[in-house]
Design a binder for this molecule. Structure first.
Ligand code: GRF
Length: 197
């Protein structure tokens, strides 16, 4: 299974996936890493591992992912022979044509137990809501914001005296555990021959 990874920032989730591929615990290869952020450390992590990278041209939009950029991204991923796309700290909403190019094949990780706390800074939302437990979710992307069928969740306690930073750090550690496991689940699903084969 060939993975394409899209990320906008530090790429710590991409690193966790990369480490899993390197130690053989994730039955996949990373074919391409893409970002719209030329300063994103995710690029450095990929380059250090000798993984091809490509920049996404969002035409100057700060947060929008314009349709032509989605089409170019889909084409680059297809060109690289990608089977499954992993959004890893990717801050733009994926829609057509990417969804059409990779139906039920785009994963995302969100730092909360969806459907709770969708959107930005989910760890801060959880803290402000006073919940005693939160976590992270890997789900299929269906074009909504942090919606789509859940693949795997990891729970994380909210501790006395937690700050947004301390809670986010604990959630991030859980992310780095469940994303590789979620990819293993998807790889097993995709490896199952279609009925009657
Ligand atoms: C983090 O806030 C993480 O919780 C979320 O995306 C952001 C960046 O993660 N999933 P990464 O270090 O770029 O993977």
């Amino acid at each position: 299974m060939r993975l394409g990874i899209l990320g906008s920032g530090s790429g710590s989730n991409m690193q966790a996936i990369l480490d899993g591929v390197a130690d053989g615990s994730i039955p996949a290869t990373i074919a391409l890493v893409m970002t719209e952020n030329p300063q994103g450390y995710i690029l450095e992590r990929a380059r250090k591992a000798g993984i091809p990278t490509a920049l996404i041209d969002c035409r100057g939009f700060k947060s929008k992912f314009p349709e032509e950029a989605q089409a170019e991204t889909a084409a680059a991923l297809k060109e690289a022979g990608v089977d499954v796309v992993c959004l890893a700290g990717f801050m733009r909403l994926v829609k057509k044509p990417l969804l059409e190019a990779f139906p039920d094949r785009i994963l995302n990780i969100h730092p909360a137990l969806l459907p709770a706390f969708p959107g930005l800074q989910a760890w801060r939302q959880a803290l402000e809501a006073g919940v005693k437990e939160t976590g992270c979710t890997v789900h299929y992307v269906d074009g909504g914001m942090d919606t789509g069928p859940v693949i795997l969740q990891g729970k994380v306690p909210v501790l006395e005296g937690d700050t947004p930073e301390s809670l986010h750090e604990r959630i991030l550690e859980a992310e780095h555990r469940i994303y590789p496991e979620a990819i293993r689940i998807v790889a097993r699903k995709l490896a199952v021959p279609a009925p009657g084969m």
